[in-house]
Design a protein around this ligand. Structure first.
Ligand code: IPE
Ligand code: IPE
Ligand code: MG
Length: 250
């Protein structure tokens, strides 16, 4: 059954993360403002989530708003916050019905109290979901995540609860966001940019990367299938020799 899949032997991927990029360019090509691109971009999520579930993907993590995106013009930030709010209000019920659990990762304290409440309520109402998980990274930065985990550990050391010697890679790993989920197998970025833009720095250590020129609002099931097919052709070695040993001149 395995077509060069994960080390567990299943074809996978179990966990896909996506940097949803290209809304602005999609809109600009149509003579529209970035807002129109963001609205079209949000519309992709519902179908993509169910396409992932149909393909046996257990977790979908979406980069929706980076810790640097506050630098966008205030009107654009406001629009993005509004879209996030209405997405949560609209989709939480559907997710609950479909057994999808929602989790939001990132700082929350810079969001309005209303948005913070909508996040908490969407998470609470989907808590029992066992059919799949949707993670939305919002006001998230990979460096923030590492610094936050380090601070938590430092506080435990300061409180005398642990020794500095106890801090290992494996321990720190458990303090990072997504630690309780399967590792990110496949990291997709749309829009042709080939950078990580401060997304999951720690968690992507052995993720397979897939870049497509397609702009996010055009990212559909066939794009997802192309990314999954590419993933399944990869030989994930994790620093070792892989299943086939050394293969010359492929
Ligand atoms: C991605 O689309 C969405 C967010 C960053 C919130 P962009 O708005 O970055 O689209 P481009 O890169 O300008 O095309
Ligand atoms: C990354 O896209 C963040 C999200 C898609 C949410 P950006 O458009 O902000 O990244 P840069 O600025 O091109 O690196
Ligand atoms: Mg962009």
């Amino acid at each position: 059954m395995s077509a060069g899949g994960t080390h567990a032997g299943a074809p996978g991927p179990r966990h896909i993360a996506i940097i949803m990029d290209g809304n602005g360019r999609w809109a600009a090509r149509r003579g529209l403002s970035p807002s129109a691109g963001h609205k079209a971009g949000v519309e992709r999520i519902r179908d993509l989530l169910s396409a992932c579930r149909d393909r046996g993907v257990e977790v979908l993590t979406l980069f929706a708003f980076s810790s640097e995106n506050w630098q966008r013009p205030p009107k654009e930030v406001e629009l993005l916050m509004g879209l996030f709010y209405s997405y949560l209000r609209k989709e939480a019920r559907r997710m609950r019905e479909e057994g999808v659990r929602l989790r939001v990762i990132g700082r929350r304290d810079r969001f309005s109290p209303r948005l913070q409440r909508a996040i908490a309520s969407a998470e609470e109402s989907t808590r029992g979901g066992a059919e799949g998980e949707l993670v939305i990274a919002a006001d998230y930065g990979g460096r923030w995540d590492i610094a936050r985990a380090a601070r938590e550990l430092a506080e435990e050391v300061a409180a005398g609860e642990r020794s500095p010697e106890s801090i290992t890679e494996a321990l720190l790993d458990g303090y990072m966001q997504l630690a309780d989920l399967p590792p990110v197998d496949l990291l997709i970025r749309s829009s042709g940019e080939q950078r990580i833009s401060n997304f999951i720095l720690w968690q992507a250590a052995y993720s397979e990367f897939y870049f497509t020129d397609t702009l996010w609002p055009d990212f559909d099931e066939s794009e997802l299938d192309a990314a999954i097919a590419a993933y399944r052709r990869r030989d994930r070695r994790f620093g070792g020799r892989g299943e086939g040993g050394v293969v010359a001149g492929v």
